[in-house]
Design a protein around this ligand. Sequence first.
Ligand code: WTA
Length: 707
Amino acid sequence: MATARLKLSSAGKKAQQELSEAQIAVHWKEEEYYKPSKKFIAQANLSSPALVKKFSEKNFPACFNHYAEMLDWDKPWRKTLDTSNPPFWKWFVGGKLNACYNCVDRHLPKYKNKAAIIFVPEPENEAATVITYQELYKRVNETAALLRDFAGLKTGDRVTIHMPMIPELPITMLACARLGVVHSVVFGGFSGEACGLRAADSGSRVLIYADGYWRNGKWVDHKPGADIAVQTAKKEGQDVDKVLVWKRYAGKYGSETPMIMGRDYFIDDVLKDYRGQIVPPVSQDAEAPLFLMYTSGTTGKPKGCQHRTGGYLAYATGTAKYYQDIHPEDVYWCMADIGWITGHSYIVYGPLALAATGILYEGVPQFPDAGRPWRIAERHDVNIFHTSPTAIRMLRKAGGDEPKKYSYHFKHMTTVGEPIEPEVWLWYYHVVGKREAVIVDTWWQTENGGFLCSTKPALDRMKPGSAGPGVLGIFPTIWDENREEVKAGSGRAGNICIRNPWPGIMQTIWGDPDRFVNQYYKKYNRHPHSKDWRDWPYYAADGAVLAADGYFRILGRVDDVINVAGHRLGTKEVESACLTVPEVAEAAVVPVVDEVKGRVPAVYISLKPGVPPDKSVQDKVSSAIETMIGKIARPKSIHIVPDMPKTRSGKIMRRVLAAISNRMDTGDITTLANPDIVEQIRQLVQGRKLGPLKEGPEDIKRFGQEA
Ligand code: WTA
């Protein structure tokens, strides 16, 4: 339906009366602009319009040499961009470098005694630990020696890392990078099963774990997940022969589960044999894969986004320098988890390549109270802060006045991961940023390596709720379903695409190049045999509008992905988990608006004949989701329905269920095979009395349009 509306209006066809433009138009109040302070501008890394000009379209792709030049290369590249096999681009061809060397070794002459990582444990009575660049160098080398000589890992092997936010996580990643071993970090909050599936897909025979960690005041015993992960991987045909376990408190094992003889080893014990060892960084081809990061897509199986060494590192470094304004003197804190792409690019690789000092915080932001982040900022004199709209909403709700009690001063703040509502932006600006900090609202994705849209912090005005223009060297556009350009200022929504390749874009989907092409390039490619990059725009699967000022406002996913608290969840993944419960016949998962988390999943299930609709089934479904994916996927509600609304060809109309869950208009349901079911489900979910219908956000209106 939403698609039909878009098609009709973009083609300028008739039916204006019943399908008025207003139905697909997005009505925002245009927000006022905010300007960066003179003080910020005076010290900013990106302050020269000449540099911006260097990145103009006519200088593409050579403009990106500027980012690559921020790194140390063992061998210079011959060619900036090779487009001979679209859309499998090659960046900085012929160049050789090592990512770990660039993040650690090269800083030693100038910064060896400077803090690289300040680890802040969640328990407030536990002191922070400072790891200098010198200490980081030693620890990474010893770990690399262990991975090479004890675990037998070689360049090109994959390793799955399932760890919480402790310094040993970036140390392990950097040790892998030093050896050219491809790391695949799985978010610590995911279940053992989820980790095992990813380990199997990547072909990892070594799993790196931690015993446990603190979260929200509780000790989480993490290690049991390793046993489940190994079993799950085995079921998928992948043997894991070593599990290496870091202890949160060296010398003290914090898990209840036994170590399995001959399979499990404590890293801190084994490390004693590698004390003081130095491992030469392996000189890697610019195109050698650096890491995999699994993310949700439109199928039940998460995909391994494969990122390259040279292009990725150059892009993360360049964007961190110019858009986050990181200088070596700054103290930078990104509250994301390293298990997500934000943590990879903007906790580990970008900031460390720039010799930053970064805070690594173990726990949840509001523990033990909503003042915690501001106490951390005050104590460590943090001046660059980076978080998500969900965390901002949560902190505002839990303690809207807390920031005022602490004397920290941010010069710069980032928001990422979800659309930020203007009123939430304003609280971030006035209260958290104390009107001193510039804000960048950065839009990008796991697949992209680094920011795609953002204002330039010292050069552009900020507009609450809008990400801004494409970043340096990125040329976005909005197309409708007919590939007609949706013009700036038209107020219409469409699909945001990037017209050009860039160094941070993933190389491929691990083991599935066809899916890579189909998912991101097929939609707007008109000449499948073309060798011209202009024929291969990147389709992001996000809806957006473009204002007359050239600022993009991102509306959210247009595919089957739900963005829960800034974390990507595939509806199909959740549905597959539901279907493992034997009583369940059909399952459909839809997004519901949530005041704090942005979106949360609601589950609809229908049961097999003869199964009574009682709570025990709901409980089974809920625990299946938690076991197979993790707590973040926990649904807001599980509705047992007599049948699903379906098209005549038998497809479940998730759009209708999403409308019901969000009290929105269900739109035209006359084409359904079973239109009567809609009212039954509505009463079941909303009760007999129909409250006022809501207009509803654009992503939910468009939900399921691709299905
Ligand atoms: C959403 C996170 C609005 C978007 C870096 C995208 C955003 C998905 C923004 C990617 C933003 C990210 N404004 N929406 N500033 N940033 N998104 O892969 O829907 O975890 O497609 O990468 O988050 O999520 P992912």
